[in-house]
Design a protein around this ligand. Structure first.
Ligand SMILES: Cc1ncc(COP(=O)(O)O)c(C=O)c1O
Length: 387
């Protein structure tokens, strides 16, 4: 028998799937995979349910339902003052995952280089490499998650086709500063490159901070694709509805890739996402406030046990340095031990690195109900005191 694609096969099953399976096997509280435990806003689900019954269920337009494309444009105006033409500059995808794949496959040629920030969300490098391109990695280091400007500049070359940026950033919880974004914009323009911005956590920014889309910076409007996710914005991660916003000339090759990836996305979920994006401001502030409360609760509990917790300005995730409690094994050893012995699942940071991960760092998700976070803290505290 011949083998499947060697590049993709080399990655094996993602750690998220592996840890979730272990969590089920051991009856553990799953603070590994990042999904909220609720069922999203009732009105958004009701629109989806009604649309399933009352509206066509055949192929919607390839670029997405006009009402969702207009809603994405209106949302960009409302939150960021961006003027977007919903008809020519927005495309709906099957989750941000497909949006990312469409951007990378649509923009990269074999031999091109893509600048990426490490730790990396798991789908980035496999798709860059599947496009035949080369990933140039820039590290952000704990505990401050700062970028070394010289290292970043050194990652760009005449072969740089694009930079792929994730802010707020999974797994670090970092929100890129305006200074960092300006430095990235300068390098992108100087190299006549594109930027692809994964902004799925745009509404999960804490402590009164604001999310700033790179596309809004001077010189970036024509060369940036901005990606959002209804899954994250409405806490409905199984829906897989995403959207890309880019100038028409940049969107065209991305749409070419999308037409051969999924072509379209379930129409009832698109209608519901359009409704959701128009929800009143208190929905969006409440979403961030609820998540911030989860962050604070988990952080306080972990610190009470003795864990050193890195700063977190956004997303669903906290980073913990497990050496702070005297654990001397690897991050994977820690996650394997706590899922079995404490009944709590987490994700080892090494899963987000190609090489040289920071030692002993793990990621805990706090997008969970208070009682579940409390129980996880209690279980971890009991495990630490038994050691
Ligand atoms: C940084 C990042 N990008 C993209 C995605 C995928 O989003 P979606 O579920 O809309 O495909 C996730 C989901 O965890 C994520 O954390």
């Amino acid at each position: 028998m011949k083998h499947g694609n060697s590049g993709l096969s080399a990655y094996g099953t993602t750690i998220f799937e592996v840890m979730s399976r272990l969590a089920r096997e051991h009856g553990a509280i799953n603070l590994g995979q990042g999904f909220p435990d609720g069922n999203g806003p009732d009105d958004v689900r009701a629109v989806a349910a009604r649309a399933l019954e009352d509206r066509p269920n055949q192929y919607p337009p390839m670029l997405g339902l006009p009402e969702l494309r207009q809603a994405v444009a209106a949302h960009a105006r409302r939150f960021y003052g961006l003027e977007v033409d919903g008809e020519r500059e927005v495309m709906v995808t099957s989750g941000a995952t497909e949006a990312l794949a469409a951007c990378l496959l649509g923009l990269l040629d074999p031999g091109d280089e893509a600048v990426l920030f490490e730790p990396l969300y798991d789908s980035y490098l496999p798709i860059v490499e599947r496009a035949g391109a080369i990933g140039r990695r820039v590290r952000v280091e704990p505990p401050g998650w700062r970028i070394d400007p010289d290292a970043m500049a050194a990652a760009f070359s005449p072969r740089t086709k694009l930079v792929l940026l994730n802010t707020p950033m999974n797994p670090t919880g970092k929100v890129f500063t305006q200074g960092e974004l300006a430095a990235i914009a300068e390098l992108v323009a100087a190299h006549d490159a594109f930027a692809v911005c994964d902004e799925v956590y745009e509404h999960l920014v804490f402590d009164g901070a604001r999310h700033h889309p790179l596309i809004g910076l001077p010189g970036m409007r024509e060369r940036t694709a901005r990606i959002g996710s209804a899954g994250k914005t409405f806490s409905l991660t199984g829906w897989k509805v995403g959207y890309v916003t880019a100038a028409p000339d940049m969107l065209a090759p991305i749409a070419r890739a999308h037409q051969f990836l999924t072509f379209t996305t379930p129409p009832n979920l698109q209608a519901a996402a359009a409704h959701g994006l128009g929800k009143a401001d208190d929905y969006f502030t409440g979403l961030a406030a609820g998540m911030q409360a989860g962050r604070d609760r988990l952080r306080a509990g972990l610190e009470r046990i003795g864990f050193a917790v890195a700063p977190c300005q956004g997303t669903y995730f906290l980073t913990v340095d497990v050496r702070s409690i005297g654990f001397t094994g690897s991050d994977l050893d820690f996650c394997t031990e706590i899922v079995r012995e404490a009944g709590v699942a987490a994700i080892p940071f090494s899963a987000f690195y190609v090489e040289r991960p920071p030692e002993g760092h793990v990621r805990f998700a706090f997008c969970k109900p208070a009682a579940m976070l409390d129980e996880a803290i209690e279980r971890l505290a009991a495990w630490v005191s038994r050691r």
